[in-house]
Write a protein that binds this ligand. Structure first.
Ligand code: ZN
Length: 185
């Protein structure tokens, strides 16, 4: 396995649509293994092909239970993923991206999604996700379509501004509404 370089803005590859995967051979297996290793090392909870300069419709996501730290995180390695259902209900949340250093943004996303994809061996899988996991899938599948979170919101700010806002909220006795680790992938 090998660590891959993560492409950062402004690089055209991040705004380019990735191509469907048709071959499920050793090259794809190697790419997926390297993407998992790269995501874990970053660290992030998701990574998409274009972020490692591969215009292929591949995403890796690793995320645990939001409410239970004891449950080990689940690894998803999805090929040709598509969102087949989006909930009408939406939620705002603060996202970061491994390809956009030092910036975060408030993004409105569907609360729940159904994702249809193939696993790394080409078998069809269907995943229902809600909450933060649903947000991660939407963020990563956006990458395959050349869309970044900064294309979806004007409410973008620096990590320093985020920290200042959190401290101000705590000083006022308000519970911060933003997670400690907004980074997604
Ligand atoms: Zn990203």
């Amino acid at each position: 396995m090998a660590l891959l370089d993560i492409v950062i803005v402004p690089d055209d590859v991040l705004h380019t649509k990735a191509k469907p995967v048709t071959e499920f051979g050793p090259e794809l297996q190697q790419l997926i293994d390297d993407m998992v290793e790269t995501m874990r090392a970053a660290p992030g909870v998701g990574l998409a092909g274009p972020q490692v300069n591969q215009l292929q419709r591949v995403i890796v996501v690793e995320f645990g239970d939001e409410e239970d730290d004891e449950v080990p995180p689940t690894l998803y390695t999805l090929v040709n993923p598509e969102i087949s259902k989006l909930s009408k209900e939406t939620v705002w949340g603060v996202e970061g991206c491994l390809s956009i250093p030092d910036l975060v943004g408030e993004v409105e996303r569907s609360e729940a999604v159904t994702v249809k994809a193939q696993n790394r061996h080409g078998q069809v899988v269907k995943i229902k996700a809600e909450g933060w996991l649903a947000r991660i899938f939407q963020h990563e599948i956006d990458h395959l379509n050349g869309v970044l979170f900064t294309d979806r919101t004007d409410r973008v700010f620096s990590l320093e501004e985020l920290e200042a806002a959190q401290e101000a909220a705590e000083a006022n006795g308000d519970l911060p509404e933003i997670p400690d680790q907004p980074s997604i992938g």
